[in-house]
Every structure is written in C-alpha cells, then in structure tokens.
Design a protein around this ligand. Structure first.
Ligand SMILES: NC(=O)c1ccc[n+]([C@@H]2O[C@H](COP(=O)([O-])OP(=O)(O)OC[C@H]3O[C@@H](n4cnc5c(N)ncnc54)[C@H](O)[C@@H]3O)[C@@H](O)[C@H]2O)c1
Ligand SMILES: O=C(O)C(=O)C[C@]1(C(=O)O)C=C[C@@H](O)C=C1
Length: 289
C-alpha cells in the first residue's frame, strides 16, 4: 500500500514509525523533513530514513502519505508548506498529542484537501526525545486514536489505520473534543504535576540534599518531568481549557486530602488511599491482560 512516506519531524515518534515500517517485507521509501539539519542527519545515520529532504516539492512527489510528528504548534506552518505540492492521492496525518487544535489547523490550511487529512495520536511514548530515542516496537499493542472529520475520505482513514496496524498498534476513533478532554485528565495533567513538583523541589535551598535521597517513589512520580519542554509547552497551550478544568479538580482533591490530614481523619485517609490503590491496581492489571 505504501511506496513512499514523508515524515515531518523524525524524532522519537516519527522515528519509531520509520523503524517499525522498515521491518515490513516490502518497506516503503522513507523521506525525512526536519527543522534541525543536525537532527535530520542523525536520523539518516541511524537508518531511520532513506533520504533527508529540504525541498518540500521533491519530498512530496509521489508520496502516498505524509506524517507530521513535530511539536503541535508547528502544525500550521508545516501544512502551509505542504499544501501547494499536495496531490489528490497523498494522505496527510499527524501524531500530535492534542486534536481539536490540529483538526482546526488542517481545516484552515488545507481548504478543499481537508478531506485528505486524518488526525491521529499514538498513545505511546517516553520522556526521551530525538531520533536516537526511536524504537521499532514502541507502538506494539498500544492504542492509536484517529479523529476523522465528517468530510474525511474513508480511504484516507483506511490508509492511516493501515499505517498504524503495520506498527503493531490498535486503532480506534474519537471526536477531537472528547480526545482532548480524556487526555487532559490522564496524560496532560500528570505531566504538569510532575513538572510542578520537580520545579518546586529544584528551587529550594536544600535541593541537593532532597535529590540525594530521593528514590524510586520520586523516580516513578517524576519520570515524565524529564520530557521535552517545547512539546509540553505546545500541548499545555493547545489544550488549555480542558487542562485548567483538570487542574481545578485536582486542587479540590488536594484540598480535601489536606483537610483529612489537618483533622487527623484516620478513617477518611485510609478509605481514600484504599479506594485509589484498588483503582490503580485494577487499571495496572487490565493493562497486562
Ligand atoms: N513523546 C511522546 O511521548 C509522544 C507521544 C505521542 C505523541 N507525541 C507527539 O508527537 C509529536 C512529536 O513528539 P516527539 O516526542 O517525537 O518529539 P521529538 O522532539 O523527539 O521529535 C520532534 C522532531 O520534530 C522536528 N521539528 C520541529 N519543528 C519542525 C518543523 N517545523 N518541521 C519539521 N520538523 C520539525 C524536531 O527537530 C524533532 O526532530 C508531538 O506533537 C507530540 O505531542 C509525543
Ligand atoms: O510514557 C511517557 O513518557 C509518555 O509521556 C507518553 C504519553 C502519556 O502521557 O502516556 C505522553 C504523551 C502522549 O501524547 C502519549 C503518551
């Protein structure tokens, strides 16, 4: 189905798609387009892409599919650059962590060819970034959410679903607003909390002592605070409304816990910890089945 795929942004996410496709019996030609020449050269050296291209017209010639895997605020500029060279046969998709903004950018920038765009989001990743972080098996058994619009061509959706099936992923559809509200709660909020905690401790006078003795609990809670700042700035701003709601609810939860502690409410604390612990363990178990 794919002879040529163009990836804008060959970092962790785009590079991992490239590596997975390279394992196919008949892998497509993979062309990389980047913002940083250094990073694109690294992608070439690591064998993630077959060719690094700076000329968008050449990159897009005979392309079956374009994957945008750059920080989400880069999406409109990339779409604007693609549009004049886009044939009717080329499908465009993305891997951005937010979908309402990306779908709105695509509608605004692609005009008539918006029906060739399929929003996408692989629910897999890491706190590492760049081509060196790419992994061939990153998407195996992981969810990928597509957010087709009413006008999106069914064959475009099918092509993008096939791309992710080739990577070993499980594909489902969602509305962009529903997607953004779900991921504000289970992905974007946890990242902001981890950044906030690490920043709070790092700024203290005794930060060195605190970090010296911080152990696995701290490691597990804060792993994601090592994530890419540009990526998370863009996500936070793109999903601001849903994220502000989640932050409000979390502040309420922290206030409730504070009150239990201030009141030495041993039963209240136990019940809360027990309920949360059961929910967490049931979730973890469901993920291993
Ligand atoms: N990291 C994760 O866990 C994760 C998971 C799912 C989705 N995503 C989404 O995937 C996208 C990429 O994230 P990543 O983790 O691969 O980041 P990354 O930093 O590893 O890679 C992004 C790449 O995009 C390039 N880039 C930046 N601007 C560009 C532009 N205008 N044109 C072409 N290339 C450009 C960068 O040079 C870099 O090589 C983001 O939108 C992110 O929200 C990330
Ligand atoms: O594992 C990680 O480090 C991640 O942050 C991955 C994670 C997540 O929150 O689960 C982060 C952002 C994505 O859009 C999808 C997945």
């Amino acid at each position: 189905m794919f002879k040529k795929i163009v990836i804008f942004g060959v970092g962790l996410i785009g590079g991992s798609v490239a590596l997975a496709l390279k394992k196919l019996p008949n892998p497509p030609q993979i062309v990389g387009v980047g913002r940083s020449e250094l990073s694109l050269q690294e992608a070439l050296t690591l064998g993630l892409i077959d060719h690094a291209e700076t000329d968008i017209a050449s990159a897009l010639q005979n392309a079956d599919l374009v994957l945008i895997a750059a920080p989400v605020a880069q999406t409109p500029a990339i779409l604007k650059a693609i549009r004049p060279h886009l044939s009717a046969q080329t499908v465009i998709t993305d891997a951005g962590s937010t979908k309402s903004d990306v779908m709105a950018y695509a509608q605004a920038e692609l005009g008539q060819q918006f029906n060739q765009f399929v929003g996408g989001h692989p629910i897999a990743g890491a706190e590492k970034s760049g081509p060196g972080a790419a992994m061939a098996d990153l998407y195996v058994g992981k969810n990928v959410i597509l957010t087709p619009a009413a006008v999106t061509g069914p064959e475009a959706v099918q092509k993008v679903a096939t791309l992710w099936h080739h990577c070993g992923a499980l594909v489902s559809n969602m509305r962009p607003e529903e997607h953004d509200s779900v991921f504000a709660a289970v992905s974007h909020l946890p990242h902001l909390l981890a950044f906030a905690l690490v920043e709070d401790l790092a700024k203290r006078n005794n930060a060195e002592l605190l970090f010296k003795f911080a152990a696995s609990g701290f490691r597990d809670f804060t792993r994601i605070a090592g994530s890419h700042p540009e990526m998370w700035r863009d996500i936070a701003l793109a999903n601001k409304q849903a994220l502000l709601q989640e932050l409000n609810m979390y502040q309420q939860a922290v206030s409730e816990m504070t009150a239990l502690l201030e009141n030495n409410d041993d039963k209240g604390l136990f019940d809360l910890f027990e309920h949360a612990s059961e929910a967490r363990n049931a979730w973890a178990k469901s993920k291993t089945q």
